[in-house]
Design a protein around this ligand. Structure first.
Ligand SMILES: Nc1ccn([C@H]2C[C@H](O)[C@@H](COP(=O)(O)O)O2)c(=O)n1
Ligand SMILES: [Zn+2]
Length: 162
């Protein structure tokens, strides 16, 4: 009888991998973010990435970061990966769920995460650590009892033929 495979990926690798794969759908030229929401019993509930709202063309809206007129920057139009993942969920309540995201949530997403009942956030990068937005997210998570911790990267890299 054959033995089971031993080099399978862990739950954390699986969910962060799915989050990062989702982020590859993003059209943002500077920062691609992916998110995967998971139930307490490790079932994937929803996914999302940063992008424009439905009906807003990726080719017509701006992707630049700066401009004299804020209306010509991406910031006023993009939906963040976490909010997209929350809004993409069609199953009812996200109470007690876990959220894997490739970048630490901004303060607006933190509000949505808290209000949706998600109780744990696992993030990979925190490249905007120390900004007002991230500080506000941490303050709200702490007050609301949402646990957050960095994902522990493993040595594993995955190459997928597509
Ligand atoms: N947790 C986050 C943080 C940011 N985003 C999105 C919003 C923008 O599309 C992009 C950030 O752009 P940058 O200022 O780095 O050029 O990432 C998100 O979806 N989730
Ligand atoms: Zn956000």
């Amino acid at each position: 009888m054959a033995n089971k495979r031993e080099d399978y990926i862990s739950w954390d690798e699986y969910f962060m991998g799915v989050a990062k794969l989702s982020g590859l759908r993003s059209k943002d030229p500077n920062t691609q973010v992916g998110c995967c929401i998971v139930s307490q019993d490790n079932k994937i509930l929803s996914m999302g990435y940063n992008g424009l709202p439905s009906g807003c063309s990726d080719d017509e809206f701006p992707w630049q970061r700066e401009g004299e007129d804020p209306l010509n920057t991406k910031y006023v139009y993009t939906v963040h990966s976490e909010l997209n993942a929350i809004l993409n969920y069609r199953g009812g309540s996200l109470e007690g769920a876990k959220l894997y995201v490739s970048l630490f949530p901004c303060n607006e997403c933190a509000k949505a995460i808290i209000q949706s009942g998600i109780k744990e956030v696992i993030y990979d990068s925190n490249k905007y650590d120390g900004t007002t937005s991230v500080q506000a997210s941490m303050r709200m998570f702490d007050a609301a009892g949402v646990r957050y911790h960095a994902y522990h990267r493993t040595e594993r890299t995955v190459m997928i033929e597509l």
